[in-house]
Every structure is written in structure tokens, then in C-alpha cells.
Write a protein that binds this ligand. Structure first.
Ligand SMILES: Nc1nc2c(c(=O)[nH]1)N[C@H]1C(S)=C(S)[C@@H](COP(=O)(O)O)O[C@H]1N2
Ligand SMILES: [Mo]
Length: 333
């Protein structure tokens, strides 16, 4: 590896030295997040070691990158098999994208924001030729044969659907799919983010079903507009006076327009938004509250750039993601 002379990052993973290319298209400088000013708000970028993990594996696969390949087959012009070096030599882009798990309850922890280095999925599919395909589904298969379905349309509608090989400036950590995974802005991970990917099959939803579809989860699942209070913690005690209420809000691929906070059921108050990263990324927010002694209830809600307001109707994560508003109880002394 390294024949092109443009590899910079290296690390030792699974017993092999891995080098990543410098992105052909780099992302802009990453802004300073609100966490630098207000304790308790989730960091704008999630460190790899703190990034949530959700998968069906009891143990993490150890993939040998030198023998690993990615095959694109099914309804394509010609089946193609790429090595890691083949993939890394293609046009690479850096993109800031927030992943979310469909199993996340309102206010829950299963989401994270990272800077991904990847190859546009459309470019990977083009290597096999899909101009005359009759497929509507991308069926991804991992090293163990586990499958994840993704609508073909999201690879072609201009969004930054990627085959990611880097995360926050490092090769993908093993738990996050080393050596390559899919990342698609705006779709829950179970219908997009296949880790340890080895095969991409162009097929139809009629012909083949993925692992979770067979278990009655939704066939297609856009991430629901939502928000979370990171600070104060539920049931915590704070002293009267200035209290910072803060957290994050997300509406991947649409963007966050506004976040509001409601205290004790009164009128919604506008929060101040943190720096914009991309519309595929979450947004931090905070409100300075002049808190008086007693028991209080604090809720938040987000509005996206289409003007949709976060739904107050509670639904369970199954089968297509939770909705509803988070409201926490806390004590001011
Ligand atoms: N191979 C494989 N890929 C997978 C999964 C899995 O179980 N196996 N879980 C998916 C789910 S449900 C989510 S939410 C994301 C989580 O990615 P992370 O663990 O890197 O945060 O990976 C997706 N990719
Ligand atoms: Mo998930």
C-alpha cells in the first residue's frame, strides 16, 4: 500500500498497517462546539471511543484488510470486486454526518456525530454499471452474511451516501465496521449503515429481504426530527439563579431551524443554536434559565428547515423510530 504517495494517516488494526488517503475533497474546518463553554452539552464531534455501538455481534469481527474485498453484484452491467487499495484509490470525500439508531428512545443515547472519510456510494455502484438496472434495493452483506437493505434511490439523489473507510481522522475502529461500512445521511443505521461490508447486491424489495425486515422492522426508515436535553440531568439538583439548559437536535438531511424550551408547561422559549456543521449533522443548543427554588419540568422541541415541528405524539422505537418530546423533572434549591 502507499504506491500513490498520498497516504497520510496510518494505524495498526487487525495485525495490519492501514493507511488512509488524504481526501480528494476535504471538509471545511470543524467549528468549536458549545461544550467548550457549557458543561454537560454533548461534544459537537463524538470521539470514536465514545461513539455508540449497535449491532447483532457478541464479539467484534477481526477483518484482515489484505484479503478483504467488496463485491458489487446483482442487477449490474458487470460484477466488480474491489480490494481496500482499489477503494482507497478512488475519489474520496470527507463529510460530517450524524448517525442515529432506530432503537433510540426519545432522549436516548444512540446517536453520534463524526467526520467520515469515504468513497461516494454512487461512484462505487458506477464501477459495476447500474444505468440499466431494474433494482430498487441495495442489499449489503457483512463478513458474517448479515444483511442490511437500503433504497437504491438514496445512493443516487445527490446526498452524501458513502462507503466510509475513515472516522474522525482514523481508520474505522473495529467496532464501527473496519475496514469499510456504509453511511447514508438521513436514514437510521439499520437500513443504511452496514458495518464490515463485503458485498453490495442490486436487487428489489420484492425479491429479497434484509435481516431486520424479516423481523418486521420498517422497510425504509428516514430519521425522525428530534431533540435531547443533555443538561441539567433528569432528577438532578441545581442552585437557584442562572441554569444552562442545553442539548442537541437533529433532522439529518433537512437541517435544524429552531429549538425551543418549555419550563413547567409555560410558553415555548427560543433556545440559542450552536454552530452549523451541515444539514446532515446534529445541532447543539442552549437556553439560559433564571431558575427559582422548587420542582420543575423542562421540555424541548425542534423545528426543521422545512418548518416541521417535532411531534409530541409518543411512539415506540419499533418499527420505524421513536417520536414524542423529552420532558425532565429536576429540583432547584
Ligand atoms: N454488519 C452490521 N452492520 C450494522 C449493524 C449490524 O448489526 N451489523 N447494526 C446497524 C445499526 S442498527 C446501527 S444503528 C449502526 C450503528 O453503527 P455504530 O455501531 O458504528 O454506531 O450500524 C448498523 N450497521
Ligand atoms: Mo440501529
Amino acid at each position: 500500500m502507499g504506491a500513490l504517495g498520498r497516504w497520510v494517516t496510518s494505524a495498526r488494526l487487525g495485525g495490519t498497517d492501514i493507511a488512509l488517503p488524504v481526501a480528494t475533497e476535504r471538509a471545511p474546518a470543524f467549528p468549536q462546539g458549545l461544550e467548550a463553554t457549557y458543561d454537560g452539552i454533548s461534544p459537537l464531534r463524538t470521539p470514536n471511543a465514545d461513539f455508540y455501538r449497535v449491532d447483532t455481534r457478541l464479539t467484534v469481527p477481526v477483518v484482515d484488510v489484505d484479503s478483504w474485498t467488496l463485491t458489487i453484484d446483482g442487477d449490474v452491467d458487470q460484477e466488480v470486486t474491489l480490494t481496500f487499495d482499489d477503494l482507497a484509490a478512488m475519489r474520496t470525500v470527507e463529510r460530517d454526518i450524524t448517525l442515529t439508531c432506530v432503537s433510540n428512545e426519545v432522549g436516548g443515547p444512540y446517536l453520534g456525530g463524526a467526520r467520515w472519510l469515504g468513497i461516494p456510494l454512487a461512484d462505487v455502484l458506477a464501477r459495476a454499471g447500474i444505468d440499466s438496472t431494474g433494482a430498487d434495493q441495495i442489499l449489503s452483506t457483512d463478513v458474517d452474511g448479515m444483511t442490511i437493505s437500503t433504497p437504491l434511490q438514496v445512493a443516487l439523489d445527490g446526498r452524501d451516501a458513502l462507503i466510509a473507510i475513515g472516522m474522525n481522522g482514523e481508520p474505522l475502529p473495529r467496532v464501527h465496521g473496519f475496514p469499510a461500512r456504509m453511511v447514508v445521511p438521513g436514514l437510521y443505521g439499520f437500513v443504511s449503515a452496514c458495518k464490515w461490508i463485503t458485498r453490495i447486491t442490486l436487487t428489489t424489495y420484492d425479491a429479497e429481504q434484509a435481516y431486520w425486515t424479516e423481523r418486521d422492522w420498517a422497510v425504509d426508515a428516514p430519521i425522525k426530527l428530534s431533540s435531547r436535553i443533555d443538561t441539567p440531568r433528569p432528577l438532578s439538583e441545581s442552585s437557584a439563579g442562572k441554569v444552562i439548559v442545553g442539548g442537541i437536535a437533529w433532522a439529518q438531511h433537512v437541517g435544524i431551524e429552531k429549538v425551543e424550551v418549555r419550563i413547567d408547561g409555560e410558553a415555548w422559549r427560543p433556545a440559542t443554536l450552536g454552530p452549523q456543521v451541515t444539514d446532515d449533522y446534529w445541532r447543539q443548543w442552549f437556553l439560559e434559565w433564571d431558575a427559582t427554588p422548587g420542582q420543575h419540568f423542562v421540555a424541548c422541541r425542534a423545528t426543521n428547515k422545512d418548518g416541521d415541528v417535532q411531534s409530541a405524539v409518543r411512539t415506540t422505537p419499533f418499527p420505524e423510530g421513536s417520536s414524542g418530546l423529552q420532558e425532565i423533572a429536576l429540583t432547584i434549591t
